[in-house]
Write a protein that binds this ligand. Structure first.
Ligand code: FAD
Length: 392
């Protein structure tokens, strides 16, 4: 059996991760025809990104998805800062002037499942899974894309007026279009794991600045808490016990390894595409920008890209003008750079501080002075509003 697609389409979305799925729903809402493919045959199962910030919560609300999302989500209203195991103060997200003054925490696989179901149920659109973009040739008025299945035995060529690369950090769309991806990998290593929550206080996330390096804990889902700890080298597949022991050593809390459901080790990267639009190829999400996940907000940034793009694409198509997409590229690039600088700052303060005085001073400034308002706005992403900040 071949790939069941016409030879000419308006829009090809490559990648059905959080960005591609959100964009697909928004285009479907506006009646813009598209096709969405993903190389993965099955939906992912890794909890990955857990934080959904107020501007994104507004988007889920507008799409009528907030109640469904809430079924498996947790509301975080406070961040509590510690020096080691000693509490130093809190920041209160409920102070922000927004209809949703909290961060929702839910595993990324659940969020993506909710989006994919909406696409199928409301618009009868299915993600074509197990299909790769392999070749892309650019012409003045369209792109020629070759799609194939995993074995490469089944191939299909098509013309698309625009191709939108939502295909993540290694974006084939970006590479085949020849768009540069500048950045670097930080000298920072982390391991993290999901454990049964043994702290309670489900509305509190904790940040521990420790002599040996950062520890963070985030309640998410129904009864899970994610522990993230800084290490001095890369441990690709950490044991649950290893994470639990480091958490205990630095914070006094020992998450039970028997209850662990996920562990991983990672390095911190910061990259940005030279342009988000070139030769009829548009980039969004991690294909366009990658941030440190330490206080980073990559998934949410991808949704803001989608929100912007869905607003301007109908105009670009109907008026046959590339100007709105050029604007998209310029404006979203600026926002991505701001978010990356902030995530870089968060990564730096997570490094080990030998000076207890410096750690104490830093935490005091973050939680006990007017500067804390800045941190609240930045942790909730309200300083980087989406295109429609007035959304409820
Ligand atoms: C440990 C960790 C924690 C994180 N925590 C947070 C957080 O709390 N908050 C936050 O906002 N962000 C967080 N992030 C970042 C977030 O996970 C990413 O920014 C987000 O997943 C990006 O989504 P995306 O759809 O752009 O890319 P991806 O999720 O990478 O999806 C890309 C999709 O494209 C498909 N694809 C790739 N190449 C092709 C091809 N050639 N043909 C067809 N399909 C293709 C892939 O199969 C994939 O499904 C975290 C990341 C990590 C690793």
């Amino acid at each position: 059996m071949g790939i069941d697609l016409p030879e000419k389409i308006k829009i090809l979305i490559v990648g059905a991760g959080s960005t591609g799925l959100m964009l697909a729903i928004m285009l479907a809402e506006k009646g813009i025809p598209f096709t969405i493919i993903d190389q993965k045959s099955a939906t992912p199962t890794h909890s990955r990104s857990i934080g959904i910030h107020p501007p994104s919560i507004s988007i889920f609300n507008r799409l009528g998805l907030l109640d469904t999302l809430m079924e498996k989500a947790n509301k975080v209203t406070h961040g509590e800062a510690y020096i080691g195991s000693k509490p130093m103060g809190q920041i209160d997200f409920t102070k922000v002037d927004h209809a949703h003054p909290y961060i929702l925490t839910v595993p990324q696989y659940h969020t993506e499942a909710v989006l994919e179901k909406k696409l199928a149920d409301d618009y009868n659109i299915k993600v074509l899974r197990g299909i790769y973009l392999t070749t892309l040739t650019h012409f003045e008025k369209y792109c020629w894309a070759v799609l194939q299945n995993k074995s490469g035995k089944i191939q299909h060529g098509l013309k698309a007026t625009y191709i939108i690369g939502c295909d993540g950090i290694g974006s084939t769309t970006r590479t085949l279009t020849g768009i540069g991806f500048e950045g670097s990998t930080y000298p920072d290593y982390y391991m993290m794991g999901d454990f049964e929550d043994n702290i309670g206080r489900r509305d509190f996330a904790t940040v521990h600045l420790c002599k040996e390096g950062l520890v963070e804990s985030f309640p998410h889902g129904i009864n899970t808490r994610r522990w993230v700890v800084k290490t001095d080298h890369l441990i690709k597949k950490p044991a649950a016990q290893q994470i639990a022991e480091v958490a205990k050593e630095r914070t006094g809390n020992y998450p039970d390894p028997e209850t662990n459901t996920m562990t991983s080790g990672f390095r911190i990267k910061r990259f940005i595409a030279d342009s988000f639009f070139h030769k009829r190829a548009i980039l969004a999400g991690d294909a366009a920008h990658v941030n440190s996940p330490i206080g980073g907000q990559g998934m949410n940034l991808g949704w803001m890209d989608a929100d912007y793009l869905a607003e301007v694409l109908p105009d670009a198509i109907n008026k046959n003008s590339e100007e709105p997409i050029e604007e998209y590229s310029k404006k979203r690039r600026v926002k991505a750079n701001i978010a990356a600088s902030r995530a870089g700052f968060n990564t730096r303060i997570g490094r080990s501080f030998n000076s207890a005085l410096l750690r104490k001073g830093l935490v005091s400034v973050m939680v006990n002075t007017p500067v804390s308002d800045y941190f609240i706005r930045s942790f909730t992403m309200l300083d980087l509003p989406s295109r429609n900040p007035e959304l409820p």
